[in-house]
Design a protein around this ligand. Structure first.
Ligand code: ADP
Ligand code: 5GP
Length: 183
């Protein structure tokens, strides 16, 4: 059975960017691909970054008990498909990029899960990154910045807090946590 690493952090803090670096350094690590009702951003691929599903499909999956955890975030639904996670855990370690409600739901069913929170250097820098990505409508940015305060307030419940100042440094800290966490 592989180990389970949960990564959370406010939208725009750099989770995808940092995780890309982490996966490039450790090809044995697997990413848990979530289902979401939000639309794909430019460059996002079906089945790689997310399974992009309709609200109806998401609700059907929910009724079928197909999720390990699920949550609403910025007016969209997100969930971790159960069957996929179980298959990946049979092969090795898995990283989940999910928000705090989901992280704590996972912790209830897998008490050995390692929770890592990525923190922005400042709220100003978080706003700059979210705006700079250029793919999030202004009203969504406002929702996500409000939500960021709550998410950061949950960070003391995580095992590790890592600041994403420089991408490479942040990725290395996560790689060190993964390497130093005993089976
Ligand atoms: P998330 O997955 O957390 O929503 P992204 O990985 O999409 O965030 O990053 C949001 C934006 O911030 C992107 O434009 C990305 O290039 C940029 N970014 C990520 N990490 C850093 C960093 N350490 N310094 C400066 N910009 C960053
Ligand atoms: P984004 O839309 O920016 O990709 O993701 C928004 C938020 O949803 C992020 O905090 C991300 O970690 C979270 N998220 C992505 N997939 C899941 C999931 O399967 N479950 C939960 N609970 N959160 C998720």
């Amino acid at each position: 059975m592989g180990r389970l690493f949960v990564i959370s952090g406010a939208s725009g803090v750099g989770k995808s960017t940092v995780l890309k670096k982490v996966f490039s350094e450790r090809e044995d690590l697997q990413f848990s691909v979530s289902a979401t009702t939000r639309s794909p951003r430019p460059g996002e691929e079906e089945g790689v970054h997310y399974f992009f599903v309709s609200k109806e499909t998401f609700e059907k999956m929910l009724a079928d008990d197909a999720f390990v955890e699920h949550s609403a975030h910025a007016a969209n639904y997100y969930g971790t498909p159960k069957a996929q996670l179980e298959e990946k855990l049979k092969k090795g370690d898995v990283i989940l990029d999910i928000e705090p409600n989901g992280a704590f739901q996972v912790q209830k069913v897998r008490s050995d899960a390692i929770l890592i929170f990525i923190m922005p250097p400042s709220m100003e820098e978080l706003s700059r990154r979210l705006n700079g990505r250029g793919d999030t409508p202004p009203e969504q940015i406002e929702i996500r910045m409000k939500r960021a305060d709550w998410e950061i307030s949950q960070s003391p419940r995580y095992h590790y807090i890592v600041i994403n100042d420089q991408v490479d440094t942040c990725a290395q800290k996560i790689l060190d946590i993964i390497a130093n966490t005993a089976d």
